[in-house]
Write a protein that binds this ligand. Structure first.
Ligand code: HEC
Ligand code: HEC
Ligand code: HEC
Length: 284
């Protein structure tokens, strides 16, 4: 092939790729995913949260090195600089794909400055190291924590329901039936929707024990109180009382848990599910 043809072809391919990127840039969120090899340092593949504890060690060691440098305490300074260096190397041993993100020369500088009692150079080295920590965290911290540590609801079931989501939909239907019934002046229907909701909330409570081993009672005492206020106002309250009681109940019994668990579980699913390119490129 002639050189000129080759160059023109390359140019065409590049501009087509750039065009695809340009057209979609405000419709797609691009995130870097951590290498899959990191999974072995997290539960359930590992018994301990090894990755996270290595990170906690690094933070403690940086603090120690800084403290002992400014105190000019040579013995401790060198001990802790050694530990810092070891754990920093661990990053690349645990996830070899990240070797290239490390700056071993900064660590070497910190260690030699510590040995030669150049305390202000130690502090300078720590600042540089901090930048290196930060650059990886900006890219990977949130996505890794969500993928590997956000509580996973996908394998949980609720007794008597085909799936957790089906149980959720049933409870949601009861909440709305309850509202429609009291707004429409159908008091018996309101009470029967309330009874359904209360029963389904009680059976949902067992789900929490899968993870909250120390017990996270659901319905909690506050929710139980809100349930009895709801029941009372269905019997004797006016429309405003009923509306307020239901609002309080929905916040305590549904929204608080959604704020903690549903958001993080939804994002976890988003990060871990495979999406096809065709789907991503759809203009919808
Ligand atoms: C190559 C990537 C990478 C480098 C380099 C790195 N980290 Fe991390 N770090 C991570 C990831 C990924 C997480 C998220 C882990 C999680 O939350 O499960 C994290 C989380 C942390 C956390 C926990 C954050 C929190 O408050 O919960 C600390 C502390 C931490 N890193 C300290 C450090 C220090 C100090 C350095 C530099 C000496 C460093 N890390 C370098 C990838 C890196
Ligand atoms: C798949 C595991 C899992 C299930 C199931 C689960 N949780 Fe959690 N939950 C966690 C983890 C992990 C945390 C964060 C750390 C902690 O507090 O233990 C948390 C935190 C929370 C928090 C915020 C922190 C706090 O303690 O106040 C609330 C509220 C909560 N869960 C409520 C519930 C309720 C209510 C249920 C059942 C209806 C439930 N969770 C079921 C794993 C789970
Ligand atoms: C564990 C705490 C928790 C509590 C308490 C909770 N939910 Fe949920 N809810 C979730 C989670 C997690 C999901 C996402 C489940 C999924 O996507 O598989 C969800 C999903 C839903 C959905 C969407 C179902 C679907 O098919 O997409 C509805 C509706 C819902 N919840 C209603 C409620 C109502 C109403 C209440 C209160 C009576 C409630 N939830 C209480 C955690 C909770």
């Amino acid at each position: 092939m002639r050189w000129s043809v080759f160059v023109v072809l390359q140019g065409l391919i590049l501009s087509a790729l750039f065009g695809v990127y340009y057209i979609h840039q405000d419709r797609v969120i691009v995130l870097k995913k951590p290498p899959a090899s990191i999974a072995q340092w997290y539960k359930p593949q590992n018994k301990r949260q090894v990755w996270l504890h290595t990170m906690f060690n690094l933070r403690r060691e940086m603090l120690a090195v800084g403290m002992y440098a400014s105190a000019q305490d040579d013995k401790n300074l060198q001990d802790w600089a050694g530990k810092l260096s070891q754990h920093y190397q661990k990053i690349g041993e645990m996830v070899p794909e990240w070797q290239g993100r490390l700056s071993p020369n900064v660590l070497a500088d910190i260690k030699s400055a510590a040995q030669e009692k150049r305390y202000s150079d130690v502090a300078l080295g720590l600042e540089k190291l901090e930048q290196n920590c930060k650059s990886c965290h900006v890219d990977f911290r949130a996505v890794t924590a969500t993928m590997y540590r956000a509580p996973n609801f996908s394998n949980l079931s609720v007794e008597g329901a085909p799936s957790l989501n089906a149980h959720m939909r049933t409870m949601s239907t009861s909440v709305n039936k309850l509202k429609l019934a009291f707004v429409g002046g159908r008091d018996d229907d309101a009470l029967s929707a309330f009874v359904d909701l209360k029963r389904d909330m009680n059976s949902f409570g067992a789900v929490c024990g899968n993870c909250h081993k120390q017990g996270k009672p659901y319905p909690s005492p506050v929710i139980t109180e809100a349930l009895s206020v709801m029941e009372q106002s269905l019997k004797t309250g006016d429309l405003k009382d009923k509306g307020r009681a239901l609002g309080t109940l929905a916040v305590l019994a549904c929204a608080e848990c959604h704020g903690t668990h549903r958001i993080s579980y939804d994002i976890r699913q988003l990060f871990t599910e495979q999406k096809s390119w065709a789907e991503l490129l759809k203009h919808k």
